[in-house]
Each structure stands twice: as C-alpha cells, then as structure tokens.
Design a protein around this ligand. Structure first.
Ligand code: GLC
Length: 617
C-alpha cells in the first residue's frame, strides 16, 4: 500500500469526522482567512504522509484501546538528558537502568537547540527541528524513541510553544526590522501599550526577570517577554504562528514522541486589559491541536502544563465530548503535600483530595512530588483561613520550615523568586533533601536518617496510591541530595531551580544493593517494591472508586480505594510521633510486609504508612 492510498482513505475519513468543528474553531480565531486555513490543512496532510508506518500501527493500536494511559501500568520519570547521562546516546545506553526503575513513561526535558548561556533549562528554543548539538542529533532522538517503543516505554517531550529564543530565526529577522517576522511577536515602538499590559498582567519571575516586556536595542522596539527577556512571546493571533508552530509540533510527534508537554500553555493568547492567562482563545487553540493530532497521530497524548489553581486547571481537560488535554499536572495536590509535611496537619490535603476524587474518572492527572521547577504555594487560602492561617504569614512559615530555619525542621530547601513586596517566595530542593536525608547525613544522626528515609518512602507510597500517572524526578529514586554547584555557574547562579536538577550520581547507582544496607538502596528498593504492588493489584486502576477515609486524627491521611472486590485502606502518618489509628473490623493483608492483620487499631510510626488490602469477593 503506498502512502497516497492511505491519505485517500484514512486521512479523509478522520478529517471528515472533525471538519465542521475544525473550520468553526479556525475561522472564529482567524476570521475569513481561507489562505491560512488551506495552509493549515497542507500542514496536516504533509505530517500524515510523513508519519512512519510503525507509528501509524501504534496509532491504530491506541485507537482500539483508547484508555491505554489511564490504568495502573504507566509509571513515569522525568529527566534532563545531560544530567542523566550526558547526551541522547547515554540515555540509550542506560535504558536498562530506566527499566529497572520500573519506568515506562520517559519525559525527556527540553532538548532542542537553545543558546547555552540564555536557555532557561532548554525552554528558550532557537530551532524546533534540531537537537541541541551537545545532546545529539534528530536521528539519535529517533533511535532512542524506537528503542523505547520496543521496550514498551512511551516518550514525552516538551513543546515550548509560548515563546521562542531571541536567537530563533524569526526573532533574528524581526530584530533586523523584517515586518513579517515582527508580526509573529508582540513588538512596539514605545512603552505606551506595554505599560497598559503591565497594569493587568502579573509577573512570572518577579525577581529573576521582572516585568513582561524588554527593550530590544537592535530592533529599536519593546518586545513582550513574559518569562525571561530572551524568551520572546509568540503572537498566536497571527495564523502564520499557529500554522508553523503546529507544523513543528507534528514534526516532533513524527519523531516517535508519544506525549507532547504543552509548556506554559495558559499564556499563549494575549489581550490588552486582561491577565493574559487562560483566555478562551487558549482553549480553542488546544482543541485545534488536539483535533490535528486525532487526524495525524491519534496515538499521541497532550499533557498541559497548567500551574494554576484547580478551577483554572480542570477546564484544560475540555469536555467529555470535546476533550482538550489528555493529561494535566496535579499541581495543587503537589503543593498541598509539602504544606502537609511542614504543618503535620492533613486537613487541607484531605479537602484538596476530596475535590480531586470527585472529578470524572476520565480525567487523568500526572502525580508528582516535585519536578524541575520550584514548588509554588498555590494553596486554598480561603479554606486555611478558618484555622487562622493567613496567606502571607503561612507562606513564610512553609518557606521557613522547608529551608530548615525553624527549630525541629529537617528540610534543606532554598527560596526561589523571593518577592519581599508580596511575601510570595517559592521553594526548591530535591525530595530527599526536603525530607531530611541531607541534614541527617550531615549531622550523622542515624535516628533522624531513619525517619527521613521513612518519610521519603511514605511520600512515594502516597503518590502511587493516587489514580493517574505517577512521575518520579530522576535521582529521587536514589534519594539524591541538592546540588549546590549551580552557585558557581554564571548562567545558573541566579536560578535556584538548578538546586534540584543535579547530575545523576552513577556511583550511587552502582552501589545499589538488593538489601537495605545503605540509604540509597533502602529508598530505591522501597520505591520499586511499591511500584510492583501498584502494577499487580487492580485496586490501583484508574477506574477504581477513591475516597478520603475520615478519622478524628489530623495527622493522618486515609485514602480508600475499591475495585472489583478489592478494597485498599491506605493510611499515612504525616506527624513526627507514633499514631494509633482505628480501622474497621476485618481481615487485612499488609501489602508491604505480607502480614495478615485482624486488629481494629493500626499503629503507625512517625512518617510511616500502610497499604491494607481486603478481598471482598
Ligand atoms: C515552564 C517550564 C519552566 C520554564 C517556563 C518558561 O513553566 O516548566 O521551567 O521556565 O515554562 O518556558
């Protein structure tokens, strides 16, 4: 069968199915622009024709089992290629290790060409078709994604769509005064309009990159730069921008990328007098991208990076009839988890999870303890107010605890974008350092170390208890500590997020033992064992019923799960003291120890947990 026949049948069939909706969305954004629409269609057709046969087969398989990513099988890891293994070839060579970590969803952090001195960790892309030369080539990426697919590993890649690097070809031409390329950005002769924007648009990096605009000497114009000054915001009101960026995205999908992470997606549409976040046009653009994927590469998933409060996040799933993103980060839950560690009080977390558990089961969240970014304190402050915890002092308390300033605190975090005006600092640190492993090792305190390891494993157990896709940050599986070397790097020293992006410690990996004779092995084996249990028991299915188990103890988080006769009672002790927790009478299997329990009271050591299973069939 040649490609032409395939276009004639499958492409047309899929396009026909969505044509009306696509046209209505497209023309609502770009009224009467038929030329742009024709170009958009040519992008889709070309991408469909270019798609390799093996990927088309994978698409067909995934169409048949459209819930393939919603079960309990996927476990993810995110990593910077250079921190993990130097380059793409290195990742390829270490696929055995990745598999030994139980990983079958691999998020490779931005790896496209980006100027090394102004890169924002790769989030300032200068060429969407070229891999950063120090990391390898596009064919290395292809080879890696093929090898991953052979092992049943799906690959996720960032699509940094809100902006380009100021070194991108478009920006370079715009700097030279080319009006066509200037119209792809927001460029102004003077500060009149930028000042109007500033009046309603909040700042993303108030300390490291204040303001939303930058004066460009070369162009003699003011440019919109919501993030860093070298990241120029793209103007999606220009259909050329949307068409060409979609083309770039589909190109990445055709390299065998299974999950596209839509970076900073709430920001992609700007309107004067608004906050320039989450505008209705953003949702139209995402829906269009989703439909483009349904036609060209229906096996591809869209993961939206929406770091906002829950009411802003959920609309990015779209509706059941008209879905937008397949996956979203469970960001408020993540932040609330660290609040719970700092306060030993689970009430807010229970409240937060109750909301998550009440959402339709079709919504799939990505659960994580931390990522490459800072932890921002986007908590439900109106809820906290009833306990007398007010936003600004509470943020200060959390930051003081997690940076180890308070007595009794074991964490070793660092502040990020501390804005003294707003008292709004965020926080950085690896999971192990925030859990106290670093400080315990430093003070050589074996009891504190045992508690810290227990907490670290409990947090992973808690993440694995939630429905959705758990994603570890590379290095957390071996309890890697903060990396302070960024302070000596001219281009990184101002960005404390590099604290938790250190190089993987391969020595520690080599010293991993099957037993628990060292801290690294305790954490690694602990996590791997939990992953195996999660994959083994259907009670962890995305379809399971999930609820909060109410008990009168604010230190304890109880999560119930039920699926097909299996009932799980998961209890987590977020306090530094032993707690006795009543449970319903019954016969329980402790999944971790393999012991049977009949007792109606469970004793939980400080920062420990249990997974108790009942078979009700
Ligand atoms: C996203 C990334 C972050 C980056 C920003 C700008 O939020 O996660 O690391 O700084 O986008 O691209």
């Amino acid at each position: 069968m040649n490609n032409q026949t395939v276009v004639g049948s499958e492409y047309d069939k899929r396009y026909k199915k969505y044509k009306d909706e696509i046209m209505s969305l497209y023309f609502s954004l770009y009224p009467n622009d038929h030329k742009a629409y024709d170009y958009f269609l040519s992008v889709l057709k070309k991408a469909f024709n270019d798609r390799a046969q093996n990927l088309k087969c994978l698409d067909e398989e995934r169409i048949k089992s459209s819930d393939w990513y919603k079960g309990r099988n996927l476990i993810g890891m995110m990593m910077y290629v250079d921190s993990f293994a130097g380059n793409l070839q290195g990742v390829y060579e270490h696929l055995d290790y990745i598999e030994s970590c139980g990983i079958n969803y691999l998020h490779l952090m931005p790896l496209l060409e980006s100027p090394s001195e102004h890169s924002d960790g790769g989030y300032a892309v200068s060429d969407f078709r070229k891999v950063q030369p120090t990391l390898g080539t596009m064919s290395d990426l292809n080879r890696l994604s093929d090898a991953c697919h052979e092992r049943g590993i799906s690959v996720c890649l960032d699509f940094v769509m809100n902006h380009t690097s100021e070194d991108h070809e478009w920006a370079k031409l715009a700097k030279k005064g080319d009006p066509v390329n200037q119209s792809k950005y927001f460029m102004y002769d003077n500060w009149d309009i930028p000042n109007l924007y500033e009046a309603s648009v909040p700042q993303v990096f108030p300390q490291t990159a204040p303001g939303n605009f930058t004066w460009c000497e070369e162009a003699n114009k003011v440019v919109m730069t919501t993030f860093y000054p070298y990241q120029w915001d793209l103007n999606y009101a220009n259909p050329m921008v949307f068409n060409d960026m979609l083309d770039n995205m589909l190109f990445l999908c055709n390299q065998g990328i299974d999950i596209i992470r839509l970076d900073a997606v709430p920001y992609i549409w700007k309107e004067l007098y608004t906050s320039c976040r989450n505008l209705p046009q953003v949702h139209k653009l995402i829906r269009l991208m989703r439909l483009a994927c349904e036609i060209v590469c229906p096996g591809t998933l869209l993961l939206g990076e929406v770091v906002m409060e829950p009411s802003k996040v959920v609309p990015y799933f779209g509706s059941i009839e008209k879905p937008e993103c397949h996956l979203l980060y469970n960001v408020t839950t993540m932040a609330t988890t660290w609040h719970t560690i700092a306060t030993q009080d689970t009430r807010l977390l229970r409240h937060q999870l109750t909301q998550v558990f009440s959402m339709p089961k079709e919504y799939t969240f990505l659960n994580y303890l931390r990522c490459h970014d800072d932890i921002g304190w986007g908590l439900d402050y109106p809820y906290l107010q009833q306990f007398g915890q007010m936003e600004i002092p509470h943020k200060k308390y959390l930051n003081d605890f997690l940076t180890g300033k308070l007595s009794g605190s074991f964490s070793r975090g660092e502040l990020y974008n501390d804005d003294p005006r707003l008292g709004d600092a965020r926080l950085c640190g690896t999971t192990a350092s925030l859990c106290g492993i670093e400080s315990a090792l430093e003070s050589n305190n074996e009891y504190a170390l045992a508690d810290a390891v227990t907490l670290d494993i409990m947090l992973h157990a808690y993440m694995l208890t939630l429905s959705g896709i758990p994603v570890l940050y590379s290095g957390d599986e071996i309890a890697q500590l903060n990396d302070y070397t960024y302070r000596n790097d001219l281009y990184k020293m101002k960005d404390s997020r590099y604290l938790h992006r250190g190089k993987l410690d391969w020595n520690a990996v080599e010293n991993l033992k099957d037993d628990s004779s060292n801290v690294v092995s305790q954490v690694f084996n602990g996590i791997i064992n939990l992953e195996k249990l999660r994959r083994f028991y259907p009670v962890f299915e995305g379809k399971a019923d999930v609820w909060i188990i109410n008990n009168d103890n604010d230190h304890i988080l109880g999560i119930g799960r039920y699926h097909n006769g299996e009932k799980l009672t998961a209890l987590f002790n977020f306090s530094h003291t032993t707690q006795n927790v009543p449970v319903e009478e019954g016969s329980y299997l402790d999944l971790v120890t393999g012991e049977n329990k009949q007792s109606t009271t469970i004793t939980l050591n400080p920062n420990s947990f249990v997974w108790l299973m009942q078979n009700l069939k």
